[in-house]
Design a protein around this ligand. Structure first.
Ligand code: AGP
Length: 605
């Protein structure tokens, strides 16, 4: 999930590249680098750590080069240090490259080149690319690329500079995203369209196996056998969303507070005759109502959204739903067919495992519905139908509005299908639709009391571990609550089905073990309270999230959320849990928007 940007045009390349890297920093930020192509050689600058270190290193540089490439790294091979930062340059100085992806046969290639006298200086898989280009190079760069990339296994999005070809950027793509942008006497390429939008007017995504040769006045595409190909360009319409933090200290807090507006926006023009109707899948409706099973496949928080959506679809549509993490789904030979539509959920639309799952589903003849935030993106482009979650650009690595709009989209899908299948009466459809319409205001009510959550979070800042428990829809929210806490505060936390605690994990409960119990599902409240009591009687320190504390033991600290129908509870109870994670992490002095080891879009498997 590294960030790649390349620029060639009439402007000085460095400021354009640095600015592009700033928009890409959320993709990976353990090191960064830039290569500028001048007529004699490359000027390469690399820094460990955040992008600001590279900016500091190059701020007094008056490099007038008009062509260059840049990279922000999320390490897959080799420690996070300056040597392993990209760009990587061939030993003879002929090629320098930046790469996103994993070269799976790098070790074998490295050994073969070392046996021919090549010396390597980094621990990365990427370094084999410039060395192999140099090995195959006899003056013809595309030919050297053809030989190089046909010998690589794995995934790559690569931008290349050749010392003999100043003013030209070469690109190659397999599985990892790469998009080319065309401007006025300037052309660019990047791993994410948001890095292009200031200079390019139109864009074209490279497909697997394609090469591009980019100069300031021309862009040429080739297939892997170097046959020229024509590619269409589309107008860039990325919403010019406000990318500032506004009055918020962190992007994450801003995005938490954006959720009511984003869910309202998602619901807008989706309601006809007081019922949900999704035009995006209008023509699909008949097939999906005959489905023998639905798969929902995703990663991380998107997977947790799927857990919440499962309850709604099964309850309202009476269709079995199988929820899978994409990295498992793609390798378990699932019985997918034309009768089992597959829903792929992804905020970024570029998650490698989710793309692989989509392609597996496609290969088995299944209809694929993408529930995606970033458009265009690989998952959006390759889905048969797309439900856009319209969360706007999400900059914090820990998703909040991305997740909640995914859950809302799944609830809308459930109501759409139930309306077509008539598994709910019009009265029921109207009831659930109204419940959904009221969610944003209820979220605002929770957000208006964020100080309470901040005060509650104080005592957790030193904790080493924390358990989240819940049943049914509460468990779906508990899974997401746990991920939020651990990924930004680094406190080891786990989520358990409340009824499962007594089957082993309760052995870990001792005096003052913090347990956060999500018990907003009213139908199951008494059952969950029994499980909470089992933990409490063993010394656990209980924090409850519920709609009504009447039944809660007075010894439990409680967070009360507004009432709503049980099936939609995750959309409400996740809000105090997002705030809880945020304030605990803030009190621990963590880097909330860019947590260590993480990246916003995991484009490697
Ligand atoms: C969520 O806070 C994480 N950043 C991560 O789990 C994320 O949800 C996951 O990587 C899936 O990303 P996607 O939605 O872009 O596919």
């Amino acid at each position: 999930m590294c960030g790649i940007i390349g620029y060639t045009g009439n402007n000085q390349a460095m400021p354009v590249i640095i600015k592009g890297l700033k928009t890409l920093e959320y993709r990976g930020y353990d090191s960064s680098g830039i290569a500028l192509s001048d007529h004699k050689n490359f000027s390469v600058f690399k820094s460990e750590g955040k992008l600001e270190n590279l900016i500091e290193k190059t701020k007094n540089l008056n490099n007038l080069s008009e062509t260059g490439i840049g990279h922000t790294r999320w390490a897959t091979h080799g420690k996070t240090n300056e040597t392993n930062a990209h760009p990587h340059t061939s030993e003879d100085g002929m090629f320098t490259v930046v790469h996103n992806g994993i070269i799976e046969n790098a070790e074998i290639i490295k050994e073969a080149l070392e046996s021919k006298g090549y010396r390597f200086i980094s621990d990365t898989d990427t370094e084999v690319i410039p060395q192999l280009l140099s090995y195959h190079y006899d003056g013809n760069v595309p030919e050297a690329m053809r030989k190089t990339f046909s010998s690589l296994d794995g995934s790559f999005a690569v931008a290349i500079l050749c010392r003999n070809e100043p003013g030209t950027i070469y690109a190659a793509k397999r599985q990892s995203p790469l998009v080319v942008g065309k401007g006025e006497n300037e052309n660019l390429l990047a791993s994410d369209i948001c890095a292009l939008s200031e200079h390019a007017e139109v864009f074209s995504y490279l497909e697997d196996g394609e090469f591009a040769v980019i100069r300031k006045d021309s862009i040429n595409f080739f297939d892997s056998s170097l046959k020229p190909i024509e590619k269409s360009f589309k107008k860039i319409t990325t919403e010019s969303s406000d990318n500032s933090k506004g009055n918020f200290e962190h992007y994450m807090l801003k995005e938490i507070f954006q959720q009511p507006e984003k869910i309202r926006n998602l619901l807008k023009d989706k309601i006809k005759n007081k019922k949900i109707f999704l035009n995006e899948i209008a023509e699909l409706s008949l097939d999906i109502t005959k489905a023998e099973r639905l798969y929902i496949v995703a990663c991380g928080s998107a997977y947790h959204a799927a857990l919440a959506g499962k309850f709604a679809i099964e309850e309202m549509c009476r269709i079995p739903v199988e929820v899978d993490v994409a990295s498992e789904f793609r390798y378990r030979n699932p019985p997918v067919s034309c009768n089992t539509p597959v829903i792929i959920i992804s905020q970024s639309g570029e998650t490698a495992d989710s793309i692989a799952a989509l392609r597996l589903a496609n290969s088995r003849g299944a209809i694929v519905i993408g529930i995606v935030n970033v458009l265009p993106s690989t998952i959006a482009n390759e889905s048969d139908y797309v439900i856009a979650t319209k969360a706007g650009r999400e900059i914090a690595v820990a998703t909040t509005k991305g997740y909640s709009t995914q859950v809302a989209a799944l609830y809308m899908l459930a109501l759409h299908i139930a309306g077509i299948k008539k598994t709910l009466t019009d009265k029921q459809l109207e009831f659930f639709t109204n419940e959904l319409i009221e969610i944003p205001e209820k979220i605002e009510k929770i957000l208006s009391d964020s100080d309470t959550i901040e005060n509650i979070s104080e005592k957790y800042k030193e904790k080493k571990e924390l358990f989240f428990i819940g049943r049914n829809t509460d468990f779906a929210a508990a899974a997401e609550a746990s991920l939020k806490l651990k990924e930004i505060s680094y406190i080891n936390s786990s989520a358990f089905a409340a009824g499962e605690l007594k089957h082993g994990t309760i052995a870990l409960i001792e005096n003052n073990t913090p347990v956060v119990a999500l018990c907003s599902n009213k139908q199951l409240l008494k059952k969950t309270l029994s499980n909470i009591e089992e933990a409490f009687s063993r010394g656990a320190d209980i924090l409850c999230v519920c709609k009504d504390k009447t039944f809660c033991n007075k010894n439990y600290k409680t967070i009360i959320i507004p009432d709503c129908t049980d099936i939609f509870t995750p959309l409400l109870e996740i809000i105090p849990m997002q705030l809880f994670a945020y304030y605990v992490a803030k009190k621990r002095g963590c880097d909330i928007d860019m947590p260590k080891n993480l990246a916003k879009s995991v484009t490697v498997e």
